[in-house]
Design a protein around this ligand. Structure first.
Ligand code: PLP
Length: 368
């Protein structure tokens, strides 16, 4: 089986993790935490980094730090992982959806304005599968309506929008370092910001709102969302070879495109002129001419030894939200189509040329 993704860890990771074990710094204090926070903030062009246990809680912490009132609204894409909507609903706010733009599969920024109401407080753009959202018009809209922006760059480590790194935009940006991400700490996440007060608040919320000067005295409730030094050690090692990781991901993306671009019945990932796609995962969308949905296609590839993953299911189609009465009767046609017709191919940094050729050949055979 050619796996959809495999983490690719090296000698440096082992060396740094061994140092944690040797010195006993295995919990949530230690030099690798600060090195990871500072290193990642600096890589993304930000002032402050607050490392947390995963990408889901990074989004949750960012939302909590906005101090929203119940019923306040946050605009987000319909096509994304549930973490985004869950972060919003868990603090009593309401997710308001916009459909995807058909080429990049990212949120269609031209549809945001029509979703604004008096209760809108923030926008959460999500860079999908390594391609950036069209940030300039989104940031203009946010500035003119005084809205916060929480950028979800979990899938876009090293990607660029108009030569600026993803993760450098808006009030706060959030990352996941799950095993399938370009930088992985096993589980892990981070919130970045340029606002020192906000960073302080995020640090406090991450660590149960302990206060300095008086132990075990709390004026507010927080969370235990801490990352360990052991995990951060992995991250530090990978920041050192980010250039190589991004180069490999872009090679995989470009090589798949070169081999598959003549197949008329599939849509391949885009790279807009203003974007640098890191092809976190190489997604393809089947056209209706194939008379096949992605689930059937995935099974045929599996029979040929190739693992794939389906695309996200839109937030408005999630039973858990439907039961809560959210998104009642709402339709998002692009999201609905790509959710049914899309899947992604093996895309991990360990993928060899031989495997990539085998995958491309299998895709062609199944479609012919
Ligand atoms: C866009 C996006 N946001 C958030 C997350 C959540 O991250 P985690 O799995 O680390 O909780 C993911 C995870 O894959 C993601 O793809």
């Amino acid at each position: 089986m050619i796996p959809v993704n495999e983490p690719h860890l090296g000698k440096r990771e082992l060396e740094y993790v061994s140092e944690c074990v040797r010195t006993g710094w295995v919990s949530s204090s230690g030099k690798f935490i600060t090195e990871f926070e500072d290193g990642w903030a600096s890589y993304c062009g930000r002032q402050h980094g607050v490392a947390v246990s995963n990408g889901t809680v990074a989004l949750q912490l960012a939302i909590v730090a906005l101090d929203l009132n119940p019923g306040d609204e946050v605009i987000m894409p319909a096509f994304t992982i549930i973490s985004c909507a869950q972060a919003i609903t868990s603090s009593g706010a309401v997710p308001v959806l916009v459909d995807s733009e058909p080429k990049t599969w990212c949120m269609d920024v031209s549809k945001i304005e029509s979703r604004l109401t008096k209760r809108t407080r923030a926008i959460m753009p999500v860079h999908i599968y390594g391609h950036p959202v069209d940030m300039d018009p989104l940031l203009d809209l946010a500035a003119s309506h005084k809205l916060a922006v929480i950028e979800d760059a979990a899938e876009a480590h090293g990607a660029e929008y108009r030569s600026r790194r993803c993760g450098s935009f808006g009030t706060m940006s959030c990352f996941s370092f799950y095993a399938n991400k370009l930088v992985t700490t096993g589980e892990g996440g981070m919130v970045l910001t340029d606002d020192a007060d906000l960073a302080e608040r995020l640090r406090s919320l991450r660590n149960l709102c302990f206060i300095s000067g008086r132990r075990f005295y709390h004026e507010q409730l927080g969370f235990n969302f801490r990352l360990t030094n052991l995990q951060a050690a992995l991250g530090v090692a990978q920041i050192e070879r980010m250039e190589e990781i991004v180069r490999k991901k872009r090679w995989i993306g470009q090589e798949y495109t070169r081999r598959l671009q003549d197949i008329k019945t599939i849509q391949l990932p885009a790279e807009q002129p203003w974007a640098r796609n890191v092809y976190w995962m190489y997604g393809i969308v089947l056209s209706s001419d194939t008379r096949m949905d992605a689930a059937v296609f995935a099974q045929k590839l599996k029979n040929r030894g190739i693992e794939t993953r389906p695309f996200f299911l839109g937030m408005h189609e999630q039973p858990v939200f439907q039961r809560q009465g959210l998104f009642h009767g709402e339709r998002y046609p692009v999201t609905e189509r790509i959710a049914r017709q899309g899947l992604y191919l093996p895309s991990g940094t360990g993928l060899t040329e031989e495997q990539l050729v085998a995958v491309s050949t299998a895709v062609r055979e199944v479609l012919s």
